[in-house]
Design a protein around this ligand. Sequence first.
Ligand code: HT7
Ligand code: ZN
Length: 882
Amino acid sequence: ISVKYRKDYKPSAFLINKVSLNFELFDDYAIVTARMMLQANPAAESSGALVLDGEELELQGIEVAGQKLVQEQYEVDSEQLTIWLNKIDGLDYQQASFELVTKVKIYPAQNTSLEGLYLSSEKFCTQCEAEGFRKITYYLDRPDVMSTFTVRIEAEKKKYPHLLSNGNQIEHGSLANGRHYAIWQDPFRKPSYLFALCAGDYDLLEDHFTTRSGREIKLEIYVDKGKLEQCHHAMESLKKSMAWDEEVFGLEYDLDIYMIVAVGDFNMGAMENKGLNIFNTKYVLAHPETATDQDFEDVEAVIAHEYFHNWTGNRVTCRDWFQLSLKEGLTVFRDQQFTADQTDHAVKRIEDVKVIRSHQFAEDAGPMAHPIRPDSYIEMNNFYTVTVYNKGAEVIRMYHTLLGTDGFRRGMDLYFERFDGQAVTCEDFVSAMEDANDYDLIQFRRWYSQAGTPEVTVTSEYDELHKKLTLQIGQACPDTPGQSNKQPFHIPLKLGLLDKDGNDLPLELASNKEQLTGDILHLTEAEQTFEFVGVSHKPVLSLLRNFSAPVRLFYDYNDQELAFLYAHDKDSFNRWEAGQRLFARVIWQLCAEQEAGEPMQFPLHLVNAVQNLLSDESLDGRFKALALTLPDIKALIEEVERVNLDHLIAAHDFLKRELAKQLEMDWLVHYQANHHVGAFKQDKAAIAKRAFAGVCLSYLVALDKPKAYELAVSQLVNSNNMTDAETALQLLMHSNYSQKEQIADDFYRKWQNEELVVNKWLSAQATDPTDSTIERVKGLIEHPAFDIKNPNKVRSVVGAFAGSNLPQFHRNDGKGYVFLAEQIKQLYSVNPQTAARLTGAFNRWKKFDDERQRLMCEQLQGILQLPDLSKDVYEIASKALG
Ligand code: HT7
Ligand code: ZN
């Protein structure tokens, strides 16, 4: 097992100027002929060996410059084809370009890894990022080798009427034996990871978009037969994304056609192949009866994300995979801004920060911690992480905060001006931002090289006499695997000082005024003191507004200050944040009471704070829903060194139940006022009401009373939309309701032919925190609705159980761990990527008590003993054990 290091990057010894691929597709195999024009790379050391990547290929023939090669002239192993160019008569490979032709046989129908060319619902499709192209043909499968592609596809006409690839179709026609062909040409040079091919019989939704320069673009969405009416939202989202990128970044689409194909078997969300995106059906199909409001938002966001990659990823791509955040962090930031513009900025920000706190902070503090630009990897697929994507987006957001909207745009413009058509590095991006704004980002660069979540500690002192506020601010970053003694980061800390009415006081520093720009304080040293003058009275501090940096903030708030911020902060993010801190303090206090053997006491001061927020008519329903939801247990676990999980879960449940009891009438009144029966609407107001009503219902169900169950059952049975139905289903399935089996059976009977809804049904059961779940999930694995080869199914049952059912996954008897390990064993050779993702559920074992630690390590050790373990799973399990 070899480790790849960023420091070892070397330009490719050869370049590929042009490639033509010919695919002859048959039901049980495919023949791929590749014709490439190669040349020695003037920027690299020349060598007589041309080394091409290739895996799981049956080589049928090679020709170089028209000569058939014989055995002494090349060598093949399980990962590479080496051609000894210096053994080919008359070939002057250093002076002139030369042609290489290879022919291979592959078996897409047997390809369960969902990487390379494979079949999904009897249709051919591809997934080449990161290193899947090498399972299709021998190639220089690295992102800095960019070439123009011409692709000919031939297949049986009846079974595969649509033959698609990147770019524009330039020819098609019929062949003998009921076969046909199509030829596609992509005028843009691209790396192999952006190659795509789809062949099958689809339903097609067509539309068009006129760019602001007046070009007409054909838009096409291909889906499984019968799913057309579920594609309209995706199409609208695509058009919105195209318009937004023109308006906000001045970026227009460049080909004449943009195609999206939806497939049921897919390892991730979607893939931005040039002109031919391939999507997981989950992120294309949406109809109110089968998809929730959240699903609609997710579809819009993923469509946008893949579309935005056309510039940030495709036109300017990555030099090597260590630079992945160059395209992913930037594109996530762009899709987050897009969604915020379509929905609500505060709500979107809170949702994004929740992901950072629950998942990214955990990754940053665990065995897989890595900087957003990793230094090494064993399997690249393991580095499509929340750190590279979401922390990467936070880093991009900090440029936006530091440089402002206009400065950020200037940086982006210069980035495209300098690097369009090239494969570049994160450093190239930073220098564009720096040069376009004449702004020093030397220290800021540390965000790319240092892993771990910085901890910022603030203390304050108010001097009544001189109207002065002194903030003492320290920053430190914990050690992470392979990194210690981190240097201070440049942290933009957005802040406000609130007067007694909740208004912001003016901000002015006594000295070093450059350390404050607007409401951004620049933290650059391990310890800093900031003196604010003219502070008319003792303020309440609103720190890290809008979560202006991906850090953990420590400040000793008291309950009154938090309640005040929860009620008054102008910064909606911090208003939510104050509520979360308030809840978290209570939860930890309840844990301490259990630790001391005392009964848990509900602090009554919370009632007022929650009641005020609940009845604040000025607030958006989605914001209220978030502000009334207790902190995620996963995020709470990240707040402490080691956790007593049983106490934490008991405290969380207790607080939920007490709030439910204390405010029973309020929850009911607000539920009734917001739960809508009657014609379905999907405007912002209706979505907000559904979200708010859903949280009210969750408190009512926590009462464990027949009346509350009746409400939930009635919502489920009478709903005309999946948002209400899924909320009610989950609440009932996770409760002690005596007839939940019946509820589950009825739901399945109703929706058994809608795969994406069945997945919701699977997860609702897998996340049931009650004791019988372990037996239930074992049953689900055997259910006809489950298929281990389909990652959506695996995620819905096994992923949901291990990732979102803390009480049952972490059962004291270890049965949850055994179940997960068993599934990994079944999956690692079928789909190594998905198996590796599941293995990550053991990563935080060090957080738990000794017995749970022992039980988890036992399973990890068992996994490492598996025969022919894939490097994907090996990397995660071996790093977890340290
Ligand atoms: N750029 C795409 C990444 C992706 C992927 C990576 C590894 C294995 C399978 C994959 N499918 C898609 C998705 C994106 O970020 O847009
Ligand atoms: Zn992406």
